[in-house]
Write a protein that binds this ligand. Structure first.
Ligand SMILES: [Zn+2]
Length: 313
């Protein structure tokens, strides 16, 4: 199948009340595991590449690995730039052959955010590429994105109509309580998402796809593996999966997951390294890491986001 944009998949997801996972890949292993999971569940999938991952994997390699997958995959695949912090980077990824880019100018004031987003939209739309932009501050750390973790930085429902109509974006990332990284909540703090804000936003933008960032749930199973083999993160608290399913039934059509893949990958690799210290065949360590990522993504697709079986052919 050729690379697709999010247009058709978001329309179907919105109508049927499910969401599509945007999974952050950091290398060829995680990329292959994500595509395999989508294949095995017959689900559409968004492969998210951050600016850090783009640098780490290499720009030309990113496009080439996706081309390889497209030759055999029979599920729709979107290649998406996650958190493009500059107009230039977004344009570069459009030129590289990404089918979707996110311009993240949310740290700037409202007018600057609109101006930067609009410039990316004009460039991308002229080349058949869709654009996501962010309004409000999503807490936490993702690559070199830093946002103050202060209560009250949620997306204001009063701003969304103006932002969407003046920029012409295809989807909107909103801040309703998710956070990047593994420590989304302080110990003892009850994880919660502001569904009241989500409902207000979707009432103002009927039919418009919304995006949730920082939606790792840090599953206990993979955290346990990581903690059993060094590198403990006992206080990591993610977003409860039931809340993500609820958001998917609302107007949220794209849910971003990065941390969960890293925890699964590194945990499984550490386990294999500890259990087979005498071996130095790479496959012994990398295969279980890839399998762990694949199983995690399949679980999200099937049991949390509800996109299994929804691959549009
Ligand atoms: Zn994000």
């Amino acid at each position: 199948m050729p690379l697709v944009t999010t247009k058709e998949m978001f329309k179907d997801a919105y109508e049927k009340g499910y969401a599509i996972g945007a999974f952050n890949v950091d290398n060829v292993d995680t990329f292959k595991a994500v595509v395999r999971a989508a294949q095995e569940t017959n689900s559409p999938v968004i492969v998210a590449v951050s600016s850090g991952a783009l640098k780490f994997i290499g720009k030309e390699y990113v496009r080439a690995m996706v081309d390889c997958a497209l030759k055999t995959a029979d599920v729709p695949i979107v290649l998406h730039l996650d958190h493009g912090k500059s107009v230039e980077l977004c344009k570069e990824c459009v030129d590289l052959g990404f089918s979707s880019v996110m311009i993240d100018a949310s740290a700037y004031d409202f007018e600057t955010n609109i101006a930067m987003t609009k410039e990316v939209v004009e460039y991308a739309h002229a080349r058949g590429v869709v654009v996501e932009s962010e309004l409000g501050a999503i807490a936490g750390i993702e690559d070199d994105v830093n946002v103050d973790d202060k209560y009250g930085h949620f997306t204001h429902p009063d701003d969304v109509v103006e932002f969407v109509s003046r920029t012409g974006i295809d989807s909107l990332a909103i801040a309703i309580g998710t956070a990047h990284g593994a420590y989304k909540f302080k110990p003892g703090q009850k994880p919660q998402l502001r569904f009241d804000i989500l409902e207000e936003i979707e009432q103002k933008l009927p039919g418009f796809p919304l995006v949730l960032h920082g939606a790792s749930s840090v599953p206990q199973a993979s955290l346990k593996v990581l903690n059993s083999y060094g590198g403990a993160m006992p206080e990591a608290i993610g977003i409860p999966e039931a809340m993500l399913s609820e958001a998917a039934r609302h107007a949220v059509c794209k849910i971003n997951v990065g941390t969960d893949l890293r925890v699964a990958y590194v945990g499984a690799m550490r386990k294999a390294l500890c259990e087979s210290p005498e071996k130095f065949d790479l496959k012994v360590f990398i295969t279980p890491a890839m399998d762990a990522v694949c199983e995690l993504v399949k679980d999200k697709i099937t049991n949390v986001f509800g996109s299994a079986g929804h691959a549009l052919k």
